[in-house]
Ligand binder design. Structure first.
Ligand code: ATP
Ligand code: MG
Length: 408
């Protein structure tokens, strides 16, 4: 693919995260190509090509299931320049960025030095305008240009700094690090849909726990999940923090094992304490438990959606996970069988286990559900059809003893 461009007389370079990851001996997530060919030229060369992009015009070239992004060299805007195609708003944010330039211009508009390396397929050399190689070797994240200006142009770069630092195990060098805490509120202007995308990369990429801790450290987390941050700082007991930390650690190990992870579960974990707090208030005002939880869930989801898009395909399962907690808190009886058959049982059960680990519900309850679902269906029938009421107190020690010895 690179060769087709080259043979047609264009430059073709692998750039960005792909080069960075290859140099670090990691598998690149995707490959980006930079070229002096314009998008229309690329389309002429490749039949299997689509032009996309609102902010940037890009060519997507399809190779079977793979999509390779081909972008034309672009330039960074000159502050105050009279270049008609580039605009920054009052905050200094770039609103359009579609001016073609030289390869060096293209390097300088990128975010970090380690993301501005080019692998030239004409002679297999690395082109480095910004001492990116040195920073790769030293494990340093350095923003190109004046950090404050670059963060104002695009505040999402603050989140990217954290994300790359944790993913690569790099240090954010002091000048790049220094303005973050103060400029964090600029993320408030980022459209909810873009924040949602960044959030996914942050918390479903395998370094969720590190990213959580580091975004809190720089006061960036508040910009993503303000309600969560508030509940974390208000809480004297450390239960919500434990819940979140365990939840994120679980997510990371699932990602490491190649198991599926869903943003719904993540949201459910982050927002649980705010939901509980609000539900408690509504209950104190006289609402029934289930109704209070339902209302609190809706309100918290709506408040979070003002910051970050929360698509319905995620907000519906979140609600289910929360509402099912009420049903999981009671064990025994026919209704336990029905909960088991609920399409969201597994997620809700995982959530219950987290609450158990965080000390919010008794471990014994979690163990009961663990055993109950592993039971042979017939035995399960027996378990729920045994006469329950009043004898329960006598029966309980036996169950506890079973589950207790099983775990020990
Ligand atoms: P990942 O492994 O997460 O894909 P990446 O470095 O490839 O990391 P992308 O978001 O895919 O990140 O972007 C590709 C390249 O585009 C980056 O390496 C960087 O050079 C440039 N880039 C992306 N976002 C920005 C930004 N907000 N500001 C400046 N340059 C950016
Ligand atoms: Mg990439």
């Amino acid at each position: 693919m690179l060769y087709r461009l080259k043979e047609s007389g264009y430059q073709a370079h692998l750039v960005g995260g792909g080069v960075r990851d290859l140099l670090l001996g990691r598998e690149p997530k995707d490959l980006d190509i930079a070229t002096d060919a314009h998008p229309e030229d690329v389309r002429r060369l490749f039949r299997n090509c689509r032009l996309i992009g609102r902010r940037f015009r890009l060519a997507h070239v399809m190779f079977g299931r793979e999509v390779i992004e081909v972008a034309t060299f672009r330039a960074l805007q000159e502050p105050g320049g009279n270049n008609g195609e580039q605009h920054a708003d009052e905050e200094g944010r770039l609103v359009r960025d579609n001016v073609y330039g030289s390869i060096e211009d293209d390097a300088l508009r990128r975010d970090f030095t380690v993301n501005a390396l080019y692998y030239n397929i004409a002679d297999f050399s690395i082109i480095d305008f910004t001492s990116g190689m040195q920073d790769i070797e030293a494990g340093k994240l350095r923003l190109l240009g004046d950090p404050e200006t670059r963060y104002r142009e695009d505040p999402v770069r603050m989140l990217r700094a954290v994300r790359f630092a944790t993913k690569l195990g790099f240090r954010i060098e002091p000048a790049t690090e220094q303005p973050i805490r103060e400029l964090a509120p600029l993320l408030g202007d980022i459209p909810p849909a873009r924040l949602f995308d960044e959030m996914l990369k942050m918390f479903l990429g395998g370094s969720a726990l590190d990213n959580f801790e580091m975004t809190r450290h720089y006061d960036l987390f508040r910009q993503l999940f303000p309600l969560t941050e508030k509940s974390l700082s208000h809480e004297e007991n450390h239960f919500p923090l434990t819940l979140i930390s365990r939840g994120l650690a679980n997510t990371d190990s699932r990602v490491a094992d190649g198991k599926p992870v869903t943003p719904a579960f993540l949201f459910a974990v982050f927002l649980w304490q705010p939901v509980r707090d609000m539900a408690a208030r509504l209950e104190a005002d006289g609402q029934a438990t289930a109704q209070a939880l339902q209302h609190a869930g809706s309100q918290i989801i709506a408040q979070q959606a003002a910051v970050m898009s929360t698509p319905r395909r995620f907000s519906l399962p979140m609600r289910d996970i929360w509402m099912l907690q009420l049903r999981l808190e009671r064990k025994g009886g026919r209704r336990s069988l029905r909960v088991l058959g609920h399409p969201r049982f597994r997620a809700a059960y995982d959530f219950l286990l987290l609450r158990g680990e965080a000390g919010e519900v008794p471990q014994e309850l979690c163990d009961w559900w663990t055993e109950f679902q592993e039971m042979h269906p017939e035995k399960r029938e027996q378990e729920v059809t045994r006469p329950r009421p009043r004898k329960r107190r006598r029966r309980r020690p036996r169950r506890t003893a079973d589950s207790g010895s099983g775990k020990a």
